[in-house]
Design a protein around this ligand. Sequence first.
Ligand code: DGL
Length: 268
Amino acid sequence: MALIGVFDSGVGGLSILDEALRQLPEHDYIYLADSINAPYGEKSSEWIASRSMELCKYLVAQGCDAILLACNTATAEAIAHIRHELNHIPIIGVEPGIKPAAMQSANGIVGVLATEATLKSDKFSALLATLPNCQFIKQAGAGLVPLIESGQANGEEALELLAEHLEPIQDAGADTLVLGCTHYPFLRKAIRKLLGDSINLIDTSEAVVRQLKRKLEAQGKHLDHGQYGSIKLISSKDAELLHQMAQELMQSDLNQHRIESQLVSSFR
Ligand code: DGL
């Protein structure tokens, strides 16, 4: 069994934790939400890189055997540096799924909804350059993360803002939309309301967790006991709210796990 650290700027990474609990329920998890600082997507590269490093070091100090960087923005800005410094454990990141999107799109027009920092990053530009035959309509989802953080993913304001952000993607005739931020799977309902059922939504959480499973197997740490591990929910802002939002946003039956929530304001 392993202790897995899952880190995001806020509640977005719960979409990855949800998938991890589906595929790997027997492990123990620490979920760390830096909600006091969300959104990361509009902060500087330097800030994102140094804060992400600080939080990953904290997870290592808690005894984590692997870290899921459940944040596209932190992955884009910090994963190379984090892997370099914390090279004794697997660090698995999340990237906008533009490769599967390009493969699955019938008309070669793909919308990418992600944070401004992700879209502006060198890592994302390098990824785009590998797919010259597809047209990508990039759109920063400004303002969406704070609404999701405050429990308004299905509210009228989120729907209106999303409609504005999706307009250029819709106008270009995209048949596929990449959810390039781990918060956005929680907008699925609103996206379907606006774009209908025919658009293909790409979210990479399943592939990301499969990758974690392979890494744990390679280390002999994945033994399926058919049991349920524990989950510790840590927030830099409001641990009770994080617990409540996990219950609201996730599909997994959290009652099968031992859950503890904790407010941590200093991660040193
Ligand atoms: N959930 C994060 C991502 O996947 C970051 C959102 C934010 O804090 O801006 O990019």
